[in-house]
Design a protein around this ligand. Sequence first.
Ligand code: CO
Length: 214
Amino acid sequence: MPRIEDLLQNNRAWRDQTERDRPGFFQNLASQQEPRFLWIGCADSRVPANQIIGLDPGMVFVHRNVANLVVHSDLNCLAVLDYAVNVLRIQDIIVCGHYGCGGVTAALQPGSGRIVDHWIRHVRDIAKFYRSEVEAEPTAAAQIRRLCELNVAVQVVHVRESPVLQAAAERNVRVHGWIYDVADGLLRDLTPTVDALRAIEPACRIAPPDAAGR
Ligand code: CO
C-alpha cells in the first residue's frame, strides 16, 4: 500500500512524464477549461471517471457522490449541473452507476443508524417504488444488480427533468445512463432501461414552462 508521502512523489513523476511526452500540456490546460462531457458517478474508488473512459485532464467535468445520486435538492450536484450546462456548454451528460455499489447494496439491507442512511434513503425509495421489478430477480446478487441499473435510470430522469435541463431544452443536451462493472472493467449503455422507465412513470415529468403559466 502506498504511503501518503509516496503520493506527492507519484505526482511529480507523473507530471514530469506527461511534460516529456507532451511539452506544454499543463500550460495549455491552465489557460482554458473546455470539457466535452459531464460525468455524474459514484464516489467508489474503483470507478475513476477519466481513467475508465480514457480521457486526459481537461476533458471531463466530474461530480461524484455515494451511489451516483441526483437528488432534487442537492445544491452541490445542481451547481455542477448548472455550471456544466450553462457555462461550459456541455452537450453530453453521463450518469454512471456500477455493479457492486455499496450504496445500492445497503439500500436492500436494514439501516445502520448512521448519517449515510439518510443519503441511502433515496435508493431505498427506488427499491420500494420498483419492488416488483427488483424482487422478480432470482437471487440477492441479481436483485442488487437490477437495483444498480434502476438507480442509474432514475438519476438520468432526474437530470432530464431538472429545471436546469428544462430551461436549456432548446440546446438538446443528451443525458446518457451507463453502468460499469468493477469485475470486468467494462461500461454498458443502459439507455433502453431508462426509456422503459419513462414509460412506467410519466408522472415524474414536470410541466413545460408555457403549460405551467410562466
Ligand atoms: Co457505488
